[in-house]
Design a binder for this molecule. Structure first.
Ligand SMILES: NC(=O)c1ccc[n+]([C@@H]2O[C@H](COP(=O)([O-])OP(=O)(O)OC[C@H]3O[C@@H](n4cnc5c(N)ncnc54)[C@H](O)[C@@H]3O)[C@@H](O)[C@H]2O)c1
Ligand SMILES: [Zn+2]
Length: 349
């Protein structure tokens, strides 16, 4: 059982009593729980068995494809049917899709009701549920429509990871490694050697990782500066993720970010920030955990065109968040196309 206090809210890890205390204190007019078919099956029974208050359930279909305004419309309509109002509470029980979309629908319904995040994937526990970014995809643009608003609280239960498919665990683990690389070298050296995910002290790993994300988002909630260090691995990673979107076996977010981290660690090496031994170690451990996915890398032209659409670009210049050293990230780093080509080759061979 652990607790992390952020600027405006608390994050509780493995504390069911805190859930009921929070809800009792809020004296809400009604409670709505948003789930998808997987969290309805695997997580809702535990939550329902613990809540002492009455609640209604809104179930949506899982998957990023459903993180859109059509699904929001359905959620808002059901909230109206349930008689929800500004004094209701919305509990988002699910991965990042439910957290982002449930938080967005709650914070816009009647100009905003209280909501809490109950993240059930590793990625949402260590990343998506912390920092207040909420929203949905629009047309082909990811997370285009949204707001930044902190939840009333975050309740993380690491036992929910027991039913999460291993590929989702590994995908979320990319963000755990990223957090170590950009802020906490000791956590990185501990986490990079893990190969067996079946019997880990998740409470400690999740706690350390959330502490890192929270320290950055508390400092710079609106991403004016330092929060950008969280984008390490994501400029090349997003381009690789987009390139593989329409393939039958598309890459999960973390798998793409893992490749991006190897390449962007090499960019950091080329800038003289980390040693050759350090970048080789990053590559070796990432390939051991995530495999060596050389057939997933687009040619340079495609990669550049995908990167040129990145939201972090400024005035047409592609901006990277890199490593200043192992355990310290930086941001707004300009990089030449030649450097990028070398980094891609480094991953590929
Ligand atoms: N707001 C932020 O700061 C932020 C940060 C990172 C990512 N995100 C967003 O998060 C989303 C990705 O989140 P995700 O990786 O959690 O994906 P997800 O929400 O799609 O969940 C992955 C899959 O796991 C299933 N699932 C969830 N919990 C389960 C459990 N305990 N047992 C069994 N199955 C379970 C889900 O139904 C889904 O099929 C993306 O939309 C991304 O944009 C947001
Ligand atoms: Zn990410």
């Amino acid at each position: 059982m652990k607790k992390i206090s952020c600027n405006t809210y608390d994050i509780h890890i493995n504390n069911w009593d805190a859930v009921n205390e929070y809800i009792t204190r809020g004296n809400y007019s009604s409670i709505i729980i948003i789930v998808d078919e997987n969290t309805s099956e695997h997580c809702l029974p535990t939550l329902a068995g613990t809540l002492i208050q009455k609640f209604d359930i809104i179930e949506i279909e899982s998957g990023e494809i459903n993180k859109d305004l059509d699904t929001c419309k359905g959620i808002w309509e059901t909230m109206i049917d349930f008689g929800a109002d500004r004094h209701s509470l919305c509990i988002n029980l699910g991965g990042g899709v439910i957290g982002d979309m449930g938080g967005f629908t709650a914070s816009t319904f009647m100009r905003g009701m209280d909501f809490i995040q109950m993240p059930t994937t590793l990625l949402s526990q260590v990343d998506a549920s912390v920092g207040g970014k909420l929203g949905v995809d629009f047309n082909t643009y990811k997370n285009l429509i949204g707001v930044i608003k902190n939840p009333g609280a975050v309740f993380i239960f690491t036992d929910f990871l027991d039913t999460l498919p291993i590929e989702q665990i590994i995908s979320g683990y990319a963000e755990v490694i990223k957090h170590g690389l950009i802020i906490d070298a000791d956590a990185y050296y501990r986490d990079r050697i893990i190969r067996d995910f079946s019997n880990l002290d998740w409470e400690q790993i999740v706690y350390d990782s959330v502490m890192i994300k929270k320290s950055v988002t508390d400092d710079d909630p609106e991403e004016r500066g330092r929060r950008k260090i969280l984008n390490f691995g994501h400029t090349l990673g997003h381009a690789i993720e987009s390139h593989n979107l329409d393939t039958p076996t598309h890459l999960l977010h973390g798998e793409a970010i893992a490749i991006g981290m190897v390449m962007e660690a090499h960019l950091s090496f080329q800038k003289g920030n980390i040693t050759e031994q350090e970048v080789n170690q990053v590559k070796a451990s990432i390939i051991e955990i995530f495999g060596h996915q050389t057939d997933r890398i687009p040619d340079m032209e495609t990669l550049n065109s995908l990167m040129s659409k990145d939201k972090k670009n400024k005035g047409g210049v592609i901006m990277f968040s890199l490593l200043e050293q192992v355990g310290l990230g930086n941001y707004n780093q300009e990089v030449s196309l030649e450097n990028i080509e070398k980094a891609v080759q480094f991953y590929s061979y």
